[in-house]
Design a protein around this ligand. Structure first.
Ligand code: PLP
Length: 379
């Protein structure tokens, strides 16, 4: 199946009990057994739920993987991956990534004896240099949130294989429509399904997809033992979101390109971070591993003060000032005080995440309206 047909049909079979074309929301906590141990494959809804199963099958299909697992949030999916590790194990992670991932690593898992090294991942040599005998996992996000840096997944997969470490790629910003990390050698793909997969800013959810059966068993064991599972209604919403992923992503990419160029030509804007510019340091890799450049970007202003950024952030009408991304509506965000506030200021600034940086999640409205909105707000 080609991408569009895949997104619409992935994981969904007519419901066996009624023929319903849409997977029903199986709002149940348990399943009746005819005798102890005699059931239809479903015992208790933390372990199995038919709506979740349909979604998990769909997740596997759209990421070109064998197995999908759905979690109650993106960070719950990340949490499950780190729980594969034991005290003394080490992780190499990017120095520019979602602040909540950094918070989970530093504030929750460090105290359990897992060591994290943060490196600039746009040169794979930095990763190779950080590997040691305890390295068990390489964690990368590409494109990164919010600086849109690109990691060469294929090159990093070669390093992880050479050193027997797992490679997990947070594919939230690209979505499976633009990039499939398993095809490039990653072991696990992670998503905040809250974003492009759901697509309508109405659900919090996470996902993992993998090819290896043993890895799936370990992660499934963590999913059911730790219990961060999504409810059936939320699974239904993400399943429905996936059906239009290709159409939404096409428009996100078209609008993203026009807005990135508009910003770049604006007299009050200094720098625009968007991986579709030919002079972006990760352009060649992005072109090689992605099918488009997406609708996520960040920019800085000539008047580089937090006050000026606040003025712009408070003046848009179509772009809503809110955390999150990947929905049909455009959002504007201030990483330093919102999504990345959990990263200490010195750490942020060191990695280029300045006080005045503004992040956009370009939605699928008419792009002329979006440009007018930004133009008035930037002034
Ligand atoms: C790149 C990335 N990864 C992970 C997450 C965490 O996902 P969630 O908010 O669904 O827990 C986010 C949330 O913004 C994100 O942007």
């Amino acid at each position: 199946m080609r991408a569009g047909s895949k997104y619409i049909h992935a994981g969904t079979e007519p419901d066996p009990s009624t023929g319903a074309i849409m997977t029903p929301i199986y709002q149940t906590s348990t399943y009746v057994q005819s005798a102890p141990g005699q059931h239809k494959g479903y015992e208790y809804a933390r372990s199995q739920n038919p709506t979740r199963k349909a979604l998990e099958d769909a997740l596997a299909v759209i990421e070109n993987g064998k197995y999908g697992l759905a979690f109650s949030s993106g960070v719950a999916a990340t949490d499950a991956v780190i729980k594969l590790l034991a005290p003394g194990d080490e992780v190499i992670a990017g120095n520019d990534m979602y602040g909540g991932t950094y918070r989970l690593f530093t504030k929750v898992f460090e105290k359990f004896g897992i060591k994290f090294h943060y490196v600039d991942m746009h040169d794979p040599a930095n990763i190779e240099n950080a590997v040691n005998a305890n390295t068990k996992l390489i964690w990368t996000e590409t494109p990164t949130n919010p600086l849109i840096n690109i990691t060469d997944i294929e090159a990093v997969a070669a390093i992880s294989k050479k050193h027997n470490a797992l490679l997990c790629v947070d594919n939230t910003f690209a979505s499976p429509y633009l990039q499939n990390p398993l095809d490039l050698g990653a072991d696990i793909v992670m998503h905040s399904s809250t974003k492009y997969l759901g697509g309508h800013s109405d659900v919090i959810q996470g996902a993992l997809v993998m090819n290896d059966a043993d890895l799936r068993e370990k992660l499934y064991f963590i999913q059911k033992s730790c219990g961060a599972v999504p409810g059936p209604m939320d699974c239904f919403l993400v399943l429905r979101g996936i059906k239009t992923l290709h159409v939404r992503m096409q428009r996100h990419c078209e609008n993203g390109e026009k807005i990135a160029h508009f910003l770049r030509n604006h007299a009050a804007v200094v720098h625009v971070y968007w991986c579709g510019f030919e002079d972006h340091p990760g352009y060649a890799i992005a072109k090689k591993q992605m099918r488009g450049f997406g609708g996520m970007m960040s920019f800085t202003l000539k008047d580089d003060s937090a006050e000026n950024a606040t003025r712009v952030l408070s003046s848009t009408h179509l772009f809503a000032l809110a955390e999150s991304l990947g929905g049909v509506e455009s959002l504007i965000n201030h990483p330093a005080s919102m999504t990345h506030a959990s990263i200490p200021r010195e750490e942020r600034i060191k990695n280029g995440l300045t006080d005045s940086l503004i992040r956009l999640s370009v939605g699928i409205e008419d792009v002329e309206d979006l440009i007018e909105d930004l133009n008035k707000a930037i002034g």
